[in-house]
Design a protein around this ligand. Sequence first.
Ligand SMILES: [Zn+2]
Length: 72
Amino acid sequence: MSDCAICGRRSEKDDLCAYHISALENVKIAFDEWRKALEIDWNTYLTRLLDEENIGKWAREVVEYLMQQDGS
Ligand SMILES: [Zn+2]
C-alpha cells in the first residue's frame, strides 16, 4: 500500500493511482504511434506532449512526473 507519487491518492500496489496508471498507459501507446511516424525518442516525445493543448490533465501530470524522474 502506498500513495500515488503524483497526486497522493491512495494506491493499491503501484507508485501511481489508477487514474495516473491509465494515463501513463495512454502516453506509452501514443508514443508507439508517434515513433512510427516521426522517429522521435522518448524524451523528445515527452517534451512535445507538454506543448499539446489538449493532452488532458492526467496525461500532463504523468508527463511532468516522468520528466522529473528522468532528470536525476
Ligand atoms: Zn495519481
